[in-house]
Every structure is written in structure tokens, then in C-alpha cells.
Write a protein that binds this ligand. Structure first.
Ligand SMILES: [Zn+2]
Length: 172
């Protein structure tokens, strides 16, 4: 059984190691990670990295529109010049949100769970998820990026009568 690791657990700060062999145990772990991510509905879980379940291999799962994909040994090959500021959160840092500037387009290479080597160009939401998850594999949290970039932090404080999320700016 795997479970979610939350900040400030030091396991979120681990520098992960490349996966040498994609074996049935890893495939099972990836399946469990997708299952766990899907249990988060509000906010919706769109990605989960190994460090978030206390593991130290270079892999994560990410939601690609409707289905989840497994990403093993990812490497960012190139990043586009254009950036976008995302209102970003993380399952491991509950109720905290922040502004993070990331590349709008990236090219990334990785292996899928069958060991196929892929190189793909990503843009928008999926590019953003990949950058967030690859940060996790290097022990970096989105909150580090907010601090680096002197962005703003927000705390989720509840919902209003119409069910809209309410956020309050906070200083850390
Ligand atoms: Zn995260």
C-alpha cells in the first residue's frame, strides 16, 4: 500500500535515482499511484511523483486530458522562451497555492511503462504538470519556486455560498 507524503516530510526533498529496470513491481506501483491520485477530486489530482509516496526512483504519473500516463526517467530536452504564471498547488502541500512562472512549451524525453523511449513536445497544462512533477523528482516543491520568483502565496479558506473556492493571500 502506498500513501501520500505531505510537507514538511524530508522524503519530499530526496534527489531521485534513475530507474534501471522497469519490472512488475514498478508497474504495480505506477498503477497504485494513479489510483491514489484519482481519489483526490477537489482539488483534482492531476499528477503524482515518486517522492510523494515516499519512493526515490525517477518516475511520476500525470493526467493527459482523460487518461493517466506513466513517465519514467524524464529529461527536459529543451524549454520554450514563452512563460506563463500558473496558480499552482500540490497534493503534498495541502490548502496552499502560489503563483509560479513556468515555460509554456517544453520538449521532454522519457520511457513509458513498457520501456519505450519517447520524445514529445508539450504545451500548456501538460507541460506545466511535467515541470511540476520533474521538480518533485529533484526534491523541489512549487513553494520553493514561489519563493525564488517572489510570487504570491494563497491559502484556501473554504467555499462561498455559490461553491466557489475562496483564497486569501498569505506571507511566508
Ligand atoms: Zn506536487
Amino acid at each position: 500500500m502506498i500513501s501520500l507524503v505531505k510537507a514538511p516530510d524530508p522524503r519530499l526533498r530526496v534527489q531521485t535515482k534513475p530507474v534501471k529496470k522497469i519490472n512488475p513491481a514498478l508497474k504495480n506501483t505506477l498503477k497504485e499511484m494513479v489510483k491514489l491520485t484519482k481519489t483526490f477530486k477537489d482539488p483534482e489530482g492531476v499528477g503524482l511523483a515518486s517522492t510523494q509516496v515516499g519512493l526515490d526512483g525517477r518516475f511520476f504519473v500525470a493526467k493527459d486530458t482523460k487518461k493517466f500516463i506513466s513517465v519514467i526517467n524524464p529529461k527536459i530536452v529543451s524549454v520554450g522562451k514563452r512563460t506563463k504564471t500558473y496558480f499552482e498547488g500540490c497534493l503534498s502541500v495541502p490548502a496552499m497555492w502560489g503563483e509560479v512562472k513556468r515555460s509554456l512549451n517544453i520538449k521532454v524525453s522519457y520511457q513509458d511503462e513498457e520501456g519505450n523511449q519517447k520524445t514529445i513536445a508539450l504545451k500548456g497544462v501538460l507541460a506545466w504538470i511535467f515541470q511540476h512533477e520533474i521538480d518533485h523528482l529533484n526534491g523541489t516543491l512549487f513553494s520553493d519556486r514561489v519563493l525564488q520568483q517572489k510570487g504570491k502565496f494563497y491559502k484556501f479558506t473554504g467555499k462561498d455560498k455559490t461553491g466557489t473556492d475562496i483564497f486569501q493571500e498569505v506571507t511566508i
